[in-house]
Structure formats: C-alpha cells, structure tokens
Design a protein around this ligand. Structure first.
Ligand SMILES: NC(=O)c1ccc[n+]([C@@H]2O[C@H](COP(=O)([O-])OP(=O)(O)OC[C@H]3O[C@@H](n4cnc5c(N)ncnc54)[C@H](OP(=O)(O)O)[C@@H]3O)[C@@H](O)[C@H]2O)c1
Length: 293
C-alpha cells in the first residue's frame, strides 16, 4: 500500500508522539509545524477553540501530516492542567517529547482562578504541574525528552521567596524574568531527579526578539519596546529551531540538565546553578500545585 505523504518525511520522528503547549501561536506553533513536517504525531495544546482549530487546520494542510491533534486547556487553571493530563493519557499510550512553551507577559498584576499571580502560574507552575503529571508516561516511554522554553531574560531574574507572586509590589518585567529563571531552575532540578530514568530535561532561549504575539496588547515601556523592535525580530520559524532541535536531534540524545541557545549548549546565569535554590523552588511549587514534594 502507498504510504501517506507525511510518513515519507525525513527526520526519524515518524513513531514519536510530541505534546506542545502554546501551539496556537508564535514559537510553539512553528515548533508544532516543524515536528509535523518531520512526521511526528503532534498534540497541540491551546486554550481557545477557534485559534486552536485554525492552527490545527493550517498545520495539517501544510505538513500533509494527518497525525496532528488539538487538546484544549487554559494553563492558568490547575484543574484544566489536570484534565489535560488525563485526557492525553486516555488518548495516547506514550509520549516521546513534552515541550512546555506557553508563556506570557503581564504589565499589571492579575490573578488566576486558583488565586495565583498569572505570570508565575502560567510561565512556571503550568510547566511544573503538567510535567509532573506526565512523568509516569514519560518514564514508561523512555528514552523521552522534556523541553522547557525559557528566555535569555532569565539572567535578569531572581527568585523572590518573600514576594513570589508580586503581592507587595508587582512589576511585569520582574515577574517575567523570575518566571523564566524558574524555568531553568526547574529544568536542572528535574534533570537531577530524573537521572537514570532515560528521561531528559533541557531548556532553551529561543532568540532575543522573536516576531510572535508575545507582548502584543502589553502597555507601558515593555509594550512600546516590543512594538518598536518588531521589524528587527527573527521569524517564529527561526525562533523554533532550538526547540525542534532539542525535540528531535540524535545529537542531544541522553543530554540532560542543559541550557541551549541557537542549537548549542550555553551557560545560564550563575544563580540558575544554585541547587539549594532549585530544591526550595521545587518544594514551594509542589505545595502550590498540591503535589508531593
Ligand atoms: N518572542 C520572544 O522574543 C521570546 C523570547 C524569549 C522567550 N520566549 C518564550 O517563548 C514562549 C512562547 O512565546 P511566543 O513568543 O511564541 O509568544 P506568543 O506568540 O504570545 O505565544 C504564546 C503561546 O502561549 C499560549 N498561552 C498563553 N497563556 C496561556 C494560557 N493561560 N493557557 C494556555 N495557553 C496559553 C498562547 O495561547 P493563545 O494563542 O491562546 O494566546 C500562545 O499559544 C514563551 O514561553 C516565552 O516566554 C519568547
């Protein structure tokens, strides 16, 4: 029988199941497209049915890969993250790659349905909770990979345990860089905890200034900067290259607890290597997501 067109795509991803959050826009969408082009079974996570179905239709049509699926979840809600994990496990017996990409910037402090500050909840706690809920199936599917999209801006971050959620004084830039540092600390601690399981955990900076929806609608100096710099930014496809590389390349097989920029290992900020800090952040995150530490 003639093989369907997408099975002929190269890249050795034909048997792989990849779950990608933030897949309706920007870097996540371009990552989903790239992996669909390589023949992977791609499960896109979006929060809005209209945007999700539009992205799904475009990726299926352009990649000619029929194995692209959409699951809906608002990742600011822990209940929805739990439902997403259950739904995924019911539909798929395995997972080869989990890409945590969904992220945002908020100039003003807002809280989620769980009463948590939005930036911390979506950019960090959602990565933490979804990953932990999928760890059993990631381990059963080993060798498997976890890829966390952080940012070079993590270098401006500190973890402010006295005011983790900006209740005393909220600044969008501080909350964002803290959340992106949390992505790196989480990745390194996760990699330590996963040693010997065959599951790797790495993180990345997609590029300084990727032309996505990121920051659109943001007010204040950050919003002005993002809009002014748009013409100089790199494309979402370019911004997705390191995520796709970490998800698919044999070159990084078995490599864990690393930070990548432009498809090459790089050094992250000094504070990101602080193991005590990473353990403390893990414990607080476990409490906030009602997981065992
Ligand atoms: N753009 C850059 O220059 C840059 C640089 C460094 C790092 N990053 C990182 O790259 C990642 C992707 O950002 P991007 O630039 O591609 O931005 P984007 O175009 O705004 O995409 C963000 C994605 O996250 C999703 N998302 C946001 N809040 C969500 C929620 N509550 N529940 C579910 N999904 C949610 C969005 O869904 P909707 O489509 O529904 O809004 C969208 O799919 C982020 O983690 C960001 O920190 C970006």
């Amino acid at each position: 029988m003639e093989r369907p067109e997408w099975e002929k795509h190269s890249g050795g991803m034909g048997e792989k199941v990849c779950l990608i959050t933030g897949a309706t826009s920007g870097i996540g969408r371009a990552t989903a497209m790239g992996l669909a082009n390589m023949g992977a079974s791609v499960v896109m996570v979006g929060r809005d049915r209209g945007r999700g179905e539009a992205a799904l239709a475009e990726i299926k049509q352009k990649s000619t890969n029929a194995s692209v699926d959409l699951m809906l979840a608002d990742l600011s809600s822990q209940e929805e993250i739990r439902r997403l994990a259950d739904e995924f496990k019911e539909a798929y017996p395995r997972i080869d790659v989990l890409i945590n990409d969904a992220g945002l910037f908020r100039s003003k402090r807002i809280t989620t349905a769980d009463g948590l500050e939005m930036t911390f909840a979506v950019n960090h706690l959602a990565y933490f909770l979804l990953t932990n809920l999928l760890l059993d199936v990631l381990k059963a599917s080993a060798p498997s990979r976890i890829v966390n999209v952080s940012s070079g801006d993590h270098t401006n971050g500190t973890i402010d345990f006295d005011d983790l959620q900006g209740q005393k004084g909220y600044k969008g830039a501080k909350a964002y860089s803290q959340s992106k540092l949390a992505n790196v600390l989480f990745t390194y601690e996760l990699a330590r905890r996963l040693e010997g399981t065959g599951v790797t955990a790495d993180c990345l900076h997609p590029g300084a200034g990727v032309r996505t929806n990121f920051g659109s609608g943001v007010t204040g100096i950050f919003g002005v900067m993002v809009r002014a710099l748009r013409p100089l930014m790199i494309s979402p496809e370019k911004g997705a290259e390191t995520s796709i590389y970490l998800a698919s390349s044999p070159e990084v097989e078995g490599l864990s607890g690393r930070y990548f920029v432009k498809k090459a290992e790089a050094r992250s900020s000094d504070v990101s290597y602080d193991e005590r800090l990473a353990r403390r952040l893990w414990e607080v995150s476990a409490q906030l997501t009602k997981l065992p530490a």
